[in-house]
Ligand binder design. Sequence first.
Ligand code: B12
Length: 221
Amino acid sequence: MQEYIEKITMCVYKGKVKRTSVFPPDMKDQDGADEIAVDALKNNISPKALLDACMLGMDKIGKDFSEHKAFVTNLVVSAGAMNAVLRHLKPYMESGEVQRKGKFVIGTVAGDLHDIGKNLVAMIITGGGYEVIDLGADVSTQKFLDAIGKNPGCSVGLSALLTTTMQSMDKSVKLIKQSFPGIKVLIGGAPVSHNFCSQIGADFYSPNAYEAVDYLNKIIA
Ligand code: B12
């Protein structure tokens, strides 16, 4: 088990997507995140353990980047490797109840292209039994408002990964609350916190998707 975990972490950290990927040169002809994830799942390694391994790889490359030891291109290839693993985890994450408990609109806020965390939250909330309407990344306030208008009774989730786009989140939350006072707004993303959540008038903050599912279950109960 530990061997798979370490290999996935390394592939995500170094950005080794597939065996045939030419990058990174020092991992030429080795299996990538794609093949290792398939093999690990066949050998009953849990999707959660693989996900944690990916997060560890992402944290490591993020730390290198903030210390100027890695470039944006490294972030891009690492994201590619993590996405390769997520594609295999999708069926597990989404294997929730077939009957839907409610609707959940989600998007990454304007100016922000980070969508891996948002995609993960969308998968887990789908698995939690909700119909997810995924608006993608770099979503304008108007696009959120339109989607909420078309899906009465939904809850909404906003993701932001940059300190700069926390302002977009603030703006979107305020306008959503003004236009649809009854709607529950959930927020998340690395720079977001409980404090920021109460400051901008959102209803719920969580550092991960599982707590968001618990919250949604509570509000419909
Ligand atoms: C991959 C990555 C990229 C990729 C994104 C690819 C993609 N398709 O998403 C690319 C290369 C595009 C990128 C670009 C940039 N990035 Co970047 N990136 C990262 C990195 C390494 C990982 C992010 C990630 O995917 N994490 C894994 C996911 C699963 O975690 P997550 O997003 O946090 O989501 C979890 C929780 O936060 C929560 N969650 C998230 N959203 C929501 C929503 C709700 C409702 C809920 C309940 C929960 C929730 O649940 C998720 C699952 O647990 C981070 C560093 C890091 N460790 O976070 C930097 C990081 C976020 N990037 C950073 C920067 C600076 C940039 C750039 C500005 C770089 C540049 N000079 O161009 C650009 C900005 C582009 C833009 N306009 O958005 C900085 C941000 C610094 C800051 N404080 O603002 C970071 C922190 C790196 C660093 N240490 O400096 N990046």
